[in-house]
Design a protein around this ligand. Structure first.
Ligand code: KG4
Length: 361
């Protein structure tokens, strides 16, 4: 079974060919970072135009590198959402068009399912169930994964995604887009305890099986990681207050004519994000009595997050699985893999289906 995976949800045009569920024959990606960097973020209109230019050669390159022709492909998996509508439309319409012409069935895949399953592209695979932390430029969510196609959302960001916060803070500090890797590089030379940025642990929540209702308490800034009485605490995230705290720190330094210590700001900001991501993920594992943790999404390429999650998992006797960085960021291989599993339980896509901007998972 050969699956062609196509991904165009944001600013990367990606395609891959996967044999069955375990042999990746090719994975090709065309990044638009150079185009968007001067704007400090993704410009949707530019992104979709660049996808239009890249989609045909990138899919052809994925087929060539895999050593197969389009006629040999058994099914096409394509990202249907969430993402930027204009970007999604390019990949989705292209997949539907080649499916229509060649009669190869296509299946629309939720981008989040790709991130949730990317770990199965690695040799070392987790067992179900697991708690997954998916953190990227567009999302910060915690899921309980029970099978390759069964995921329950336990918590998500109420405002900015973690990657978005990294990108916005980078812009504030004059660092290039995408900001995550640059903030992380600056942080290596900084002191993470230099500035006390707030951690939004949020309020308590009412949790019922299959349903997660938050009381909507406003973000509460605490300086230390909560240690007890948090078993019903919300698994939602909020990073907008942290971003504002960094902005205030920069403005105050300027007003007082103090030099801005960029490495210290980056290290302290990064530590505040990492603390919350790690502790909420472990809290989810405790609440649901799960022994395995998986990470995915672009921010999980962050070395400090990986290190801190590993240390805490070791302390709490949890097994941690993290894909290599190129499978953490957007890629076609994870879409092909998710398509492989979804195709086994749903009918092929119909030609009247459309893209969507918010995840259905
Ligand atoms: O999953 P992804 O490739 O795609 C989208 O969300 O579109 O994630 C991209 C995000 C960006 O916000 C980027 O700044 C962030 O992941 N990112 C990182 C790192 N590498 C990428 N954030 C923190 N540290 C990193 N090393």
């Amino acid at each position: 079974m050969l699956t062609l995976g196509i991904e165009t949800s944001c600013d990367d045009t990606a395609a891959a060919v996967l044999k069955d569920n375990d042999t990746l024959l090719s994975s090709v990606l065309s990044s638009q970072d150079q185009i968007h960097t001067r704007f400090g973020g993704v410009v949707p209109e530019l992104a979709s135009r660049k996808h239009l230019e890249a989609i045909v050669p990138i899919v052809q390159e994925a087929l060539d590198r895999a050593g197969v022709t389009l006629q040999e492909i058994d099914q096409i998996a394509v990202t249907q959402g969430p993402g930027l509508i204009g970007s999604l439309l390019v990949g989705f319409c292209y997949a539907k068009a080649i499916s229509y012409v060649t009669k190869i069935p296509y299946i629309g895949v939720d981008h989040m399912a790709g991130h949730l399953l990317a770990i199965f592209l690695e040799e070392d695979k987790p067992d179900f169930p697991y708690i997954a932390l998916i953190v990227s430029g567009g999302t910060s969510s915690i899921y309980l994964a029970q099978s390759h196609t069964s995921f329950s959302l336990l918590g998500r960001t109420r405002d900015d995604a973690a990657g978005e916060a990294f990108d916005k803070v980078a812009k504030l500090l004059g660092l290039p887009y995408p900001g995550g890797p640059h903030v992380s590089a600056e942080a290596r030379a900084g002191n993470s305890a230099a500035i006390k940025f707030p951690r939004a642990w949020l309020g308590r929540s009412l949790s019922f099986p299959g349903c997660h209702i938050s009381t909507g308490a406003s973000p509460v800034a605490r300086d230390t990681v909560p240690s007890s009485g948090i078993e019903d605490e919300s698994l939602d995230f909020s990073f907008s207050g942290l971003k504002t705290a960094v902005l205030n720190h920069c403005n105050q330094s300027r007003q007082k004519d103090l030099p801005l210590q960029i490495p210290d700001v980056c290290a302290s900001f990064q530590e505040a994000i990492v603390d919350v991501l790690v502790e909420k993920t472990l809290l989810a594992a405790r609440q649901h009595n799960i022994q395995t943790i998986v990470m995915g999404g672009g921010v999980s390429a962050n070395p400090r997050l990986r290190q801190s999650m590993l240390e805490r998992c070791q302390q709490e006797n949890k097994a941690l699985f993290v894909p290599r960085p190129s499978f953490c960021t957007d890629n076609g291989a994870m879409i092909a893999l998710a398509g492989f599993y979804y195709a086994r339980k749903s009918l092929p896509g119909s030609y009247d289906q459309d893209v969507y901007s918010r995840s259905q998972l």
